[in-house]
Ligand binder design. Structure first.
Ligand SMILES: Cc1cc2nc3c(=O)[nH]c(=O)nc-3n(C[C@H](O)[C@H](O)[C@H](O)COP(=O)(O)OP(=O)(O)OC[C@H]3O[C@@H](n4cnc5c(N)ncnc54)[C@H](O)[C@@H]3O)c2cc1C
Length: 411
C-alpha cells in the first residue's frame, strides 16, 4: 500500500478550501496555510451562483438547500428616470461569499487549517516540495496548491512573468439590509436582477443572503455593483488615499475610504442612475471598490506546484464565474490525481491542459463583455466596433448568465 501523500494548500479562501476538501476526499493528508490571522467569513459580498458550482458542492457532500441563496426570476433594465426599458425572464441564484466560505470551512478539520501563515518561498526537487513561510517555518509535501489569489506569491515564485493587467475600471460595491429599504423601492426592485446602464458604465443590483447568511424575507440583503471607468495613474491613487494622506496602493480598506469620496459616489448615483437605485446607494453604510484586472497564467502547474482559482486566471466579474471556476479547478485536480495512480506529473499535465483552456476562454469572454467600459478612457474616434456600448438587451442576456457562459467555456 502506498504511503499517504501530503498536500500543502496555500491560501485558505474559497479556492483553497475547495482544493483542500477535494484532496482530502481522495485520501490525501492536507494542510491549509492562510496568511490572514482569523476567520475570513466577514469578507466579500454578493456572488452570482451557477448550477455547476452547486453540483460540485453536492458531489463534495456539502449540504446545498434553498437557504444557499436568493432566487431572482426576471431581469430588468431601468432608464435614468426609473422606468423599465427592458425586461427578460432569466432565473438567477445569488448567494454570498461568506455563505459558501462557511460551508467549505466547516467541512474541513480546524486542526489542519492554519491561520497567520504567510508563504514567502517555494522549493522543490524530486523528493518533494517545501513551503517556506515568513516566520521562517517550513512544511514539506508531495504537492503544493497555490490558491493565494490574484496577487499570488506562489505564482510569483514559479511564473513571475504572469502579471495581472488593469482593465481600466473599478467596481463600486455595497450591501443594504432588506429592512432598511423604503417599501416603495423594495416593491419595485427587490424581486428583480436590475441593470442600469449610464453611458460607458454598468450598474447591477440584486437580492442576496443577509447578515448571518439569512435568506428569510425581511432579513436578506441587497447588493449593488457599479463598474466605472477609472484612470490608473490619475484617479485610482486618489481613491486609494486615506484622510491622513497615505496612499494604500491600488486598493484601500473600506473604512479608510475618505468621506468625500463616498459622498461623491452617492451624488453621482443621484445624477446618473434610476432614482430607485440611487436610493439604494444612498442607504449603503459602507461603499467600497475593487479595481478590475485580467490575469492569464501560461501554465497552471510547474513541477509539484499547481495554481488554482484566482491565482491562475482572473476573469472580469461580468461572467460571475470566479467561485465556480475555483470549484471546478479543485474538482479536476483531485479527479486527475486519483485517476493517475500515483503519477503526479501526468495528473498535473492533464489538469493544466483542461483548466487552462477553461481559464483562457472565460478571461476572453469577460474581456469582451467589459470592453466598452474599458474603452471610455480612449477618445470616441479611437474606439473599435467591439468597444462601442452594446445594446442593453445583449448585456441583460449575457452578464453573469449561466447558460451562455457554460456553452462558451466548453467550446
Ligand atoms: C467586483 C467583483 C465581483 C465578483 N462577483 C463574482 C460573482 O458574482 N460570482 C463569482 O463566482 N465570483 C465573483 N467574483 C470573483 C470571486 O470573488 C473570486 O474569483 C474568488 O473569491 C476567488 O477565490 P480564490 O480562493 O481563488 O482567491 P481569494 O479569495 O483571493 O483568496 C486568496 C487567499 O489567499 C490568501 N493569501 C494570499 N497570499 C498569501 C500568502 N502569501 N500566504 C498564504 N496565504 C495567502 C489570502 O489571504 C486569501 O485568503 C467577483 C470578484 C469581484 C472583484
Amino acid at each position: 500500500m502506498r504511503a499517504q501523500r501530503r498536500a500543502l494548500v496555500v491560501g485558505g479562501s474559497i479556492g483553497g478550501l475547495f482544493a483542500a476538501n477535494a484532496l482530502r476526499a481522495i485520501g490525501w493528508d492536507v494542510t491549509v496555510f492562510e496568511r490572514v490571522g482569523d476567520d475570513l467569513a466577514s469578507r466579500g459580498a454578493g456572488i452570482g451562483v451557477h448550477d455547476e458550482l452547486l453540483a460540485v458542492m453536492r458531489r463534495m457532500g456539502l449540504t446545498v438547500d434553498e437557504t444557499i441563496g436568493v432566487m431572482g426570476r426576471t431581469r430588468i433594465c431601468l432608464d435614468r428616470n426609473g422606468h423599465t426599458a427592458h425586461e427578460l425572464p432569466l432565473p438567477q441564484l445569488q448567494s454570498s461569499w461568506a455563505r459558501i466560505y462557511r460551508l467549505l470551512k466547516d467541512a474541513f478539520p480546524d486542526a489542519d487549517y492554519r491561520f497567520g501563515m504567510a508563504l514567502e518561498g517555494v522549493e522543490q526537487d524530486a523528493s518533494g516540495v517545501t513551503a517556506v513561510f515568513v516566520d521562517g517555518s517550513r512544511a514539506k509535501g508531495d504537492l503544493l496548491v497555490g490558491s493565494d489569489g490574484i496577487r499570488s506569491t506562489v505564482r510569483e515564485r514559479i511564473l513571475p512573468e504572469a502579471q495581472p493587467r488593469y482593465a481600466g475600471y473599478v467596481a463600486w460595491r455595497g450591501l443594504v439590509d432588506e429592512w432598511a429599504i423604503p417599501p416603495e423601492v423594495h416593491r419595485e426592485l427587490f424581486r428583480y436582477y436590475t441593470m442600469c446602464l449610464p453611458e460607458g458604465e454598468m450598474m447591477l443590483s440584486y437580492a442576496v443572503p443577509g447578515r448571518d447568511n439569512d435568506t428569510r424575507p425581511g432579513r436578506r440583503g441587497y447588493n449593488h455593483i457599479w463598474y466605472r471607468p477609472t484612470d490608473y495613474d490619475r484617479t485610482l491613487p486618489g481613491l486609494c488615499t486615506d484622510s491622513s494622506g497615505r496612499c494604500h496602493g491600488i486598493s484601500i480598506p473600506p473604512p479608510l475610504i475618505r468621506p468625500e469620496v463616498a459622498a461623491r459616489i452617492k451624488a453621482d448615483a443621484r445624477e446618473l442612475l434610476a432614482p430607485q437605485i440611487a436610493a439604494i446607494v444612498e442607504r449603503t453604510d459602507q461603499v467600497f471598490f475593487q479595481a478590475i484586472f485580467d490575469l492569464e497564467s501560461p501554465r497552471m502547474a510547474v513541477g509539484r506546484v499547481a495554481l488554482l482559482g484566482d491565482a491562475a486566471f482572473v476573469a472580469r466579474p461580468h461572467v460571475g464565474l470566479g467561485v465556480t471556476k475555483a470549484a471546478l479547478d479543485a474538482e479536476c485536480l483531485a479527479r486527475e490525481i486519483a485517476a493517475a495512480d500515483g503519477d503526479l506529473k501526468a495528473a498535473l499535465a492533464r489538469y493544466d491542459a483542461e483548466r487552462r483552456r477553461f481559464g483562457t476562454n472565460i478571461v476572453a469572454r469577460a474581456r469582451r463583455l467589459g470592453a466598452y467600459i474599458e474603452a471610455q478612457l480612449k477618445p470616441p474616434a479611437e474606439r473599435t466596433a467591439a468597444e462601442r456600448q452594446p445594446p442593453a438587451e445583449y448585456l441583460m442576456r449575457e452578464i453573469g448568465s449561466a447558460a451562455v457562459d457554460i456553452d462558451a467555456l466548453t467550446a
